[in-house]
Design a binder for this molecule. Structure first.
Ligand SMILES: Cc1ncc(C[n+]2csc(CCOP(=O)(O)OP(=O)(O)O)c2C)c(N)n1
Ligand code: SF4
Ligand SMILES: [Mg+2]
Length: 293
């Protein structure tokens, strides 16, 4: 279908702070969806709770701004119930790697065909600037007055370690690059993960905003990275927090079977073995008689 980015923009006006990185992310999502070409009624977009989790409401896809940390279980249920839907999942670093962190591993090992976009701003934005799991060591916030003592989670290494077959990173400072990785993630047949460095202008660090991203971002393709090499991807991922790598870090060259495809296969097998409906009713009636006797 011939789609334009504007076809995916809802009438709802974003209430993010002026300059929030999420404005750029939603624009990149419109572009990616237009390039993929599935109409909005064939797309389900699930999020958790947070500033970034408002994203589904700003699209014309079916949206569910659900429960903090629970976007992935809901998205997986949707995909299994209706495998023909294109399922997107979005949320913040807190949503995905703190309260929802346990779900990420299981979504990856099940490998449903869905795309998970995390707006990683290294802070809890919606609740006014507490430490998040990706906040850097020493960060002073309202909940870490003297500086954080906790080593941050590395989302890239986390998902690679659990075997995610598609892992990418982007920033709204490079809109075209971000739209391209989101498009590729959507097209990848399996669990795809995009970490978006999406700055929080209100509670984020002053020296980690779009201007700084522009100055330091490095395209992994430009560095000659081989995206089919998971060990090379992990090596790049280790630089999370010190380097801003953009593009596809890992793309499993042989996409593993997806859970939704395996479920469909099993259903078809069971269907072949299934007794005709009349026979099931006969057996049921006989069993009932037997128990009553
Ligand atoms: C079960 C539950 N616990 C806590 C909260 C409060 N809460 C809402 S959003 C949020 C964190 C938001 O941070 P993040 O997920 O990084 O999203 P951001 O706002 O930064 O985009 C928290 C702790 C909640 N809504 N539900
Ligand atoms: S608080 Fe931060 S993340 Fe939330 S809308 Fe404002 S700038 Fe964006
Ligand atoms: Mg956040």
């Amino acid at each position: 279908m011939n789609c334009q980015p504007k076809d995916f923009k809802s009438d709802l006006k974003p209430i993010w702070c002026p300059g929030c990185g999420d404005f750029g992310v939603v624009q990149a999502i419109y572009r990616a969806l237009a390039a993929v070409g599935r109409p909005p009624h064939e797309i389900a977009f699930v999020s958790g709770i947070g500033c970034s989790s408002r994203i589904p409401g700003y699209t014309t896809a079916y949206g569910f701004n659900s429960v903090h940390g629970r976007a992935l279980p809901i998205a997986q249920g949707l995909k299994i119930a209706n495998p023909d839907l294109l399922v997107l999942c979005a949320g913040g670093d807190g949503d995905g790697f703190s309260i929802g962190g346990g779900h990420v591993a299981h979504a990856i090992r099940r490998n449903l065909d869905l795309t998970y976009i995390v707006m990683d701003n290294q802070i809890y934005g919606l609740t006014k600037g507490q430490l998040s799991p990706t906040s850097k060591l020493g960060l002073k916030t309202v909940t870490s007055d003297l500086g954080s003592l906790e080593t941050p989670v590395n989302p890239l290494l986390y998902v690679l370690s659990y075997g995610a077959p598609f892992v990418a990173q982007g920033t709204p400072a490079d809109m075209a690059g971000l739209a391209a990785v989101i498009e590729e993630a959507i097209r990848y047949p399996g669990f795809s993960f995009v970490n978006v460095q999406s700055p929080c202008v209100t509670f984020g660090e002053d020296d980690w905003q779009l201007k700084q991203h522009k100055a330091v971002m490095k395209s992994v393709a430009g560095l000659g990275h081989d995206a089919s090499d998971v060990i090379a991807a992990m090596r790049l991922a280790q630089a999370y927090g010190s380097e801003l790598y953009t593009g596809v870090l890992y793309r499993a060259p042989q996409p593993p079977a997806t859970y939704d495809a395996l479920v469909r296969e099993r259903q078809a097998e069971q269907q072949k073995k299934a007794l005709p409906r009349e026979r099931i009713l006969e057996l049921f009636a006989a069993k009932k008689k037997e128990t009553a006797a």
